[in-house]
Design a protein around this ligand. Structure first.
Ligand code: GDP
Ligand code: MG
Length: 621
């Protein structure tokens, strides 16, 4: 890589997003091939794609973990991140989004804009990521360039503009003629906007007031203006083509090279961790993007200052190796400048979403798992050892919640849906060679209270003494558990107070209705009492637990049931059936929308009644 760095003027981190099967992996392969990075084209269907490096992904033909590849397009070095397309892994995708400079949204031209495409579009909007759109599979019959563009403009944004050739179908045929393939493997830039003539430039100028004025005066729009419009998300360049036949891909490459700019980074060191993984030797890898200054090998890394909560342990660790990955291979770097995506070894305290140096932690979206499965171990497998291993997996994907049920001596996994099960089974098999099974999933209920209540707990056997008074109040929905103290230090020593707060925070407290964990509650320490001689550390633990329980027993308790917020698209002919079903599931519906022959139903329904409904929809549509 070193010998080329003279030429490189731009360093851009680009994400590929798409609905499953739209052709993300195939497009990555085409980009890698056309940029000269790989000689032989891999194919998803032949199970040798460059980015699908884990055997599980190759076998299933889906991409679970975001991989990276580096390709040089002229003076532009692009770090390409392939993101998982399946909704069950969307937390991982959201973390990846936070380190992107640009995105390419891949759309399946045979299907058009899908529900999930709109979800991705909203995410790109939320994180304000400049976006190029590649409409793939244009080699297929029925993929209609004009109609697709109209659909994009209607469902995504008015400012989707076709930057490629007017007639892509003919173009694909030309490009895929035997003999012309060899010529394509160059870094030549392709521009076709001129071909569109005035109409194109006018539409472009219409996307921005300032630009419209300038265009009307000078009759021109320069590339730096186009670049600015893209960065400000005022225009979304669309390229049609076929990743599989490699038709039209060169125009996308031309656009990426010509209309992107280097982001500006501060001088001071900063980095954002977006993924934790392990290599084949078991080394812990912290994937991060450098967001300011330079990271050098052996630099000491520490908790970012803005993120140190009171009482947090402050750690300091050396960055052992800086690895620049491309596919399954990596090169060691001595340093990584701002804009670089790298994997760092030697760190044990990092977590996805963490900020280092001047960069702050991200507020991660909290996706609450709604199903709880018991993990069934094969005979002779040590439960405690397995628990340790599963914790390792959990660290890599915080969306996976492993719960140890001490009373029953069982390991449970809390998941969002069924698809994760199969993938988890395979992952555990590949990583640890243990064939686990999953019990039936139980709904995860929670409990809360409807009105404030006071709870008192005493612990006073012979030569022990502790007394705790707590105020339990309902909190806002989604606020979780929060703990405060309102007790004077004259009444109860600060150390005892701290101990009580620790006992409140350190474990999941259970409600008295069903034994489900309590949530959305504020607990305030009102007062407490210790004995000069007879109070020991453990006494306050007992008194605290008893105070919570005593309070809950008097309280007006509420059982919380998890709901799915759903979006269902069905042909209008079966919409009455669907509405009936949702009513039977005790779901609620918003006013129906229709688009041509499709009815769109949105609403909420209990997980307990809706969990298998997806399969039913597939069977009746
Ligand atoms: P991903 O799930 O988005 O990564 O999609 P893949 O790259 O795995 O592609 C899904 C399927 O679509 C595979 O069978 C590909 O061969 C096929 N495919 C990808 N691109 C094209 C294309 O341009 N035209 C056609 N006809 N098929 C394609
Ligand atoms: Mg893929």
């Amino acid at each position: 890589m070193g010998e080329q760095s003279e030429k490189i003027k731009k360093n851009i981190c680009m994400g590929l997003l798409a609905h499953v099967d739209a052709g993300k992996t195939t497009l990555s392969e085409a980009l890698l091939y056309l940029s000269g990075k790989i000689r032989k084209l891999g194919r998803v269907d032949h199970k040798d794609a460059y980015l699908d490096t884990s055997p599980l992904e190759r076998e299933r033909g889906i991409t679970i973990f975001s991989k990276q590849a580096i390709l040089d397009l002229g003076d532009t070095r692009v770090t390409l991140l392939d993101t998982p397309g399946h909704v069950d892994f969307s937390a991982e995708m959201e973390r990846t989004l936070q380190v992107l400079d640009y995105a390419i949204l891949v759309i399946n031209g045979a299907d058009g804009v899908q529900g999930h495409t709109v979800t991705l579009w909203r995410l790109l909007e939320r994180y304000q990521i400049p976006t190029f759109i590649f409409i793939n599979k244009m080699d297929q019959d029925g993929a209609d360039q004009e109609a697709l563009l109209a659909e994009l403009r209607k469902r995504l944004s008015e400012n989707c503009l076709d930057f490629g050739p007017m007639d892509i179908k003919t173009e694909i045929q030309k490009e895929t003629d035997p003999g012309s393939r060899a010529e394509q493997n160059t870094n030549e830039i392709f521009h076709t906007e001129a071909e569109h003539g005035e109409e194109f430039w006018e539409s472009l100028a219409m996307c921005d007031e300032h630009l419209l004025e300038k265009y009307l005066e000078e009759g021109e729009v320069g590339p730096e203006e186009v670049t600015r419009l893209i960065i400000e998300r005022k225009v979304f360049p669309c390229y049609f083509g076929s990743a599989l036949k490699m038709g039209g891909v060169k125009y996308l490459i031309g656009g990426l090279e010509h209309y992107t700019a280097n982001p500006l980074y501060p001088e001071a060191f900063g980095a954002k961790v977006y993924k934790i993984a392990r290599d084949e030797q078991g080394n812990r890898l912290s994937y991060m993007k450098i967001t300011g200054g330079t990271l050098k090998v052996k630099d000491l890394l520490t908790t970012s200052k803005g993120n140190v909560a009171a009482g947090d342990e402050i750690w300091e660790e050396k960055a052992d190796q800086i690895r620049i990955y491309s596919g399954a291979k990596f090169e060691l770097a001595k340093e990584a400048k701002a804009g670089t995506v790298c994997a760092v070894t030697g760190l044990t305290h990092t977590f996805p979403g963490q900020g280092l140096g001047i960069t702050e932690n991200s507020n991660m979206p909290v996706l609450e798992p709604v199903l709880n499965y018991r993990i069934l171990l094969p005979e002779g497998c040590d439960v405690h050892q397995m628990l340790k291993k599963l914790r390792e997996l959990e660290e890599e994907d915080p969306q996976l919640h492993i719960v140890w049920d001490e009373q029953l001596g069982e390991i449970h996994a809390m998941l969002m849906g069924d698809v994760q099960i199969e993938i988890l089974k395979r992952l555990i098999w590949e990583r640890f060679h243990v064939a686990v099974d999953f019990g039936t999933g139980n709904i995860v209920y929670k409990e809360t209270i409807a009105a404030p209540v006071e709870g008192v707990g005493h612990f006073e056997p012979l030569r022990h003494y502790a007394e705790v008074h707590l105020l339990l109040e309902p909190g806002e929905q989604g606020s979780g558990m929060q703990f405060f103290t309102a007790c004077s230090e004259d009444v109860l020593d600060r150390n005892w107070q701290r101990l009580i707060l620790t006992h409140l925070e350190e474990k999941e407290h259970r409600g008295v209705l069903t034994g489900a964990p309590i949530t959305d509650m504020q607990i305030t320490l009102l007062t407490g009492r210790a004995h000069q001689k007879h109070t020991e550390g453990g006494d306050f633990r007992q008194a605290t637990y008893r105070a919570i329980r005593q309070g809950l027993k008097k309280a007006q308790n509420v059982l919380l049931e998890p709901y799915y917020e759903f979006r269902l698209e069905v042909p209008v002919e079966v919409v009455s059936r669907a509405m009936n079903d949702i009513q039977k599931m005790q779901g609620t519906l918003l006013p129906m929308e229709t688009e041509e022959n499709t009815a769109i139903l949105k609403g909420k329904a209990p997980v307990s009644t809706m969990r298998d409904y997806q399969k039913e929809v597939v069977s009746y549509t």
